[in-house]
Ligand binder design. Structure first.
Ligand SMILES: C[S@@+](CC[C@H](N)C(=O)[O-])C[C@H]1O[C@@H](n2cnc3c(N)ncnc32)[C@H](O)[C@@H]1O
Length: 288
């Protein structure tokens, strides 16, 4: 694997070797950190080449060094945002890991149904929504759980506007619906459009997608009964993780639940959320 920190070769469009200079490597690291909070350390530096070379070629530049020169010279061009979005990892799927969704179906939604029954209102937040599969999985789960006549609001947010545009369409490839979506959900909530599958409006209408940098989430809407903030904290440094967890807790209703990714934890990052184990899933509850 090419190491970009000034050691390995980097081929430009003409086949000549041009290394990303050490200064520009540090510049890109800082640019991505400041713009999104994502830490690209030396083990992940191959991502600069993998993710940014398509932009280099599209702009008819010779190398990542030229791309750095371009963003240093221009204050507000779309390419600055495109670079940040290219460096995000958007991997997602319907009902990812299944266990937190089973915890919702078997324990948490029945609990909230009893608790919030008089108001008949639930608010959920998919806080790093990517192309929308997580938020739509929550929407389908609510309808399956008998919440049809409730006032349901699901927010889907992400830092990358381009991925949110995809999410809003509710249109997925065969490969995407093959990943994690139970067949009866596909039949019930999607219609086929050629090689793709379109989510029905009854589900799409339940989710509102908006751009939000999680590091600025302090003044977000809320309170939320359930927050899914999954597979995003892993990209941040401990200070940013702590700050984001505090911001989420501040918009989590008393007795509300937070789900993190399978490889993520609140240990050493938050002292007040309560750990709750439901079968194979661990969620965190905001004390009442
Ligand atoms: C790996 S996806 C996780 C998607 C989904 N939550 C899941 O678990 O399948 C991570 C998402 O976090 C988003 N992201 C990265 N940095 C962010 C930030 N500072 N604020 C909000 N979203 C961010 C990325 O754009 C990407 O769509």
């Amino acid at each position: 694997m090419t190491n970009l920190s000034g050691v390995g070769p980097l081929f430009d469009a003409t086949g000549q070797v041009e290394r990303l200079s050490r200064d520009n490597y540090r510049f890109l690291q800082r640019y991505v950190l400041d713009g999104s909070g994502i830490v690209i350390d030396s083990e992940k530096d191959y991502l600069f080449e993998a993710r940014l070379m398509p932009l280099v070629r599209r702009e008819n530049l010779r190398s990542l060094n030229d791309l750095c020169a371009l963003i240093k010279a221009t204050a507000a061009t779309p390419i600055r945002q495109e670079i940040l979005e290219a460096m995000t990892t958007n991997e997602t799927l319907f009902f990812r890991d299944m266990a937190p969704f089973e915890a919702l179906r078997n324990s948490i939604l029945p609990e909230l149904k009893a608790k919030c029954g008089p108001a008949k209102r639930l608010r959920l937040w998919s806080a790093a929504a990517s192309s929308g599969q997580e938020a739509y999985s929550l929407a389908m789960l609510l309808l399956e759980g008998g919440f049809q006549n409730w006032n349901l609001q699901i927010a889907g947010t992400d830092i990358a506007e381009s991925i949110l545009e995809r999410a809003r369409t509710g249109r997925y490839s065969q490969l995407e619906v093959n990943r994690g979506l139970p067949v009866h959900y596909l039949i019930k909530y999607f219609t086929r459009h050629g090689l793709e599958w379109q989510l029905k409006d009854e589900i799409r209408r339940m989710v509102r997608f908006e751009r939000l940098d999680l590091r600025r989430a302090t003044a977000g809407p809320g309170p939320f009964d359930i927050v899914f903030c999954r597979n995003v904290l892993i990209y941040f440094d401990p200070t940013t993780k702590r700050q984001i967890l505090a911001a989420i807790q501040s918009v989590l209703a008393p007795g509300g639940y937070l789900s993190l990714g399978a490889a993520e934890t609140i240990i050493n990052l938050n002292e007040t959320l309560e750990k709750c184990v439901f079968g194979k899933a661990t969620l965190y509850r905001n004390p009442e």
